[in-house]
Write a protein that binds this ligand. Structure first.
Ligand code: SAM
Length: 250
């Protein structure tokens, strides 16, 4: 079995501060795609849950949330952010849960971090097993257009106690996106540097649809977030949302 994915460990606090709110901004989209059709108190798996902001927002709506993430540091923060949800440190490629959830979510291109189609197919198989009959799986992925238009240049945050610069790039021949994050943390009267490199893999829509089909998912719908899903996603061209179902009745 591959090592548990833990690349976000050193980045967790900074991610929580500057990136963690993405998930809550797409709650209206998730309501439209899946949440409004779920029974009250439905059990939801948040796969690659990060720092738990989505789990917190959905727990507040009365859903019962379980978050799984490979990074122990992300999960430690998630437990503070979402005390009503339960969390587990585990890898999306290897977790084993059977017939437990009405729905599964994986937001903010988390599954682009899965670097081979074989492993992505394993993730889909694990989610399929974790769902009840008729259960729904919704996730978003960066597509080629997204990497080509958004994965370039850098942005930075400067705070009193830390600073962070994130530089993005994309190599089309390899279909690999890279974010290099350099962080500085104030430790008393000096600054300490820390670096993290995060990789993503770009998949074609056909690859994703075939992998979902081989994992057993049916009734797959694809949405171009910027075009189909409203205002807030218009600044993320090339982010697709996939909605698919485990066969059977809920
Ligand atoms: C971009 S963050 C998104 C976090 C959260 N879903 C959100 O919307 O804020 C990606 C997350 O996926 C997790 N992750 C990536 N690959 C993983 C894997 N194979 N197993 C478990 N977690 C993984 C990372 O640790 C990180 O927390």
């Amino acid at each position: 079995m591959t090592d548990r994915y833990s690349d976000y460990d050193a980045f967790a606090g900074v991610y929580n501060r500057h990136w963690g709110s993405f998930a809550t901004r797409i709650v209206p989209v998730l309501e439209k795609l899946v949440l409004n059709a779920l029974p009250s108190g439905a059990r939801i798996l948040d796969l690659c849950c990060g720092t738990g902001q989505l789990a917190h927002a959905l727990s507040a709506e009365g859903f019962r949330l379980t978050g799984i993430d490979g990074s122990a540091s992300m999960i430690a923060i998630a437990r503070e952010n979402a005390p009503d949800a339960s969390f587990k440190v585990d890898d999306a490629r290897g977790f084993a849960v059977v017939d437990e959830f009405h729905a599964a979510l994986s937001t903010f291109d988390s599954l682009n971090h899965v670097m081979s189609l074989e492993e992505l197919t394993s993730v889909f198989g694990n989610v399929h097993r974790a769902l009840l009959s008729g259960g729904v799986f919704v996730f978003d992925l960066n597509m080629e257009v997204g990497y080509r238009t958004r994965w370039r240049g850098s942005h930075s945050y400067v705070e009193d106690d830390h600073a962070c610069i994130a530089r993005s790039s994309y190599v089309p021949e390899e279909r690999i996106g890279k974010v290099e994050v350099t962080m500085f943390f104030r430790r008393g009267d000096r600054w300490e540097r820390s670096d993290v490199t995060l990789l993503q893999r770009c998949y074609t829509e056909d690859e994703i649809l075939n992998a979902l089909q081989s994992a057993g998912f049916v009734r797959v719908e694809t949405y171009d977030g910027a075009r189909d899903l409203g205002e807030d996603l218009s600044r993320y061209p090339g982010r697709n949302f996939f909605v698919c179902h485990k066969p059977g009745s809920p």
